[in-house]
Design a protein around this ligand. Sequence first.
Ligand SMILES: [Zn+2]
Length: 392
Amino acid sequence: MSRIWYKVTLTPESPVAVLRSRASAQFVKTQDYLPGSTVRGAFAEIFINKRGTDDPDFRSIFVEEKIFFGDFLPRFPNQLTNLIPLTARACKRFGLKGHPKSHTDLLLNHMLNAFDEENKKCPECGEPIDRVSGYFIGDGKDGEIAYLSLDRQLRMHVGISRKTGTAYPGLLFSYEMLTEGKVASGRETLPLQFVGYLSALEEDANELFEGLWKVIPPQREHLSVGKACTRGLGELRIETIEKKEPVEISFEERWEAFNRAAYEWNGSQEKCYFSITFTSHLALKDELGRPVLGNIRPYHFSLPETVELCAAFLNPEVVSGWNAAQGLPKPDTHALGRGSVLGFSAPKSLEAEIQTRLQTLETEGIGERRAEGFGRFVVCHPIHIPKQKEKN
Ligand SMILES: [Zn+2]
């Protein structure tokens, strides 16, 4: 079954703060993206205010979860953004922002036991390399990789006493927020945008999206997300909507390039190689209902038994959330964090079977909470292919 995808661009009209944890701490950091669940909640809230929860469109979109809302990543206008995977390394001292040439990806190294890059030094300053996180500008396929750097601000507040209506002694709290204008590579100021994908199964996509845009007309309606909506934070305008698939490079092209790189790194010609890179959290449960975290295996993707897991970069996380309709916190979900990467090898004879299986999963996603953007991955992401090797 195929899906219809809509690429949605949101422009913030105020700073945005989507808290990383429940607001029980004195200093709370913001997420640097809008989780699918947050955007979905904002859409649902408008729907509830205008039509109520008994509306048939509301029921099919939000209760039956027929539209999937993906995570919305930050970006500058007309540029692609990619989440930096757990396999990426860069200069320990100056980072990817200061020394972009120090970027290296360890996936093929680990898959093919060629550890020569493990002790690599930054070519610009000679310092060791270390883990990096955040976002790349571009898809890592052509040209140099640039680091997306977001502007953050801290907002301080004093607690107000309910009795007197004045400042409450000893009660000071603060939260971090993303500002709407940003500075790219220290030169120009560019507006921040968030881009994400909404999707539905082909057979009912037209009807569902018609219903959605009728209630929430783009460019006229505002979404409110995250912390302190009532104090003017987190106001977003729906800038554009286009019918577009999330991964622009075809599956075959990505698979081809990945295997070519693996053979250049002395991979066996009798095998095929592939990777799975999670672009959102994965909430997968085993048959006993326990979360699948570090014990993830090829059979969780229904892959044949002869498929071998040869590299795993995993980051288990606890994800909290808020249910807008009920006004209650959602139960915590144990998930494999976005950016986790798996590397596999398999006998070449199984290549076609594996490709078919993964292509379906890549479209459908896997695990729970998929309507909120969980369980999305990219097979053979071009970000893992080393640039230097490509040129040789
Ligand atoms: Zn350096």
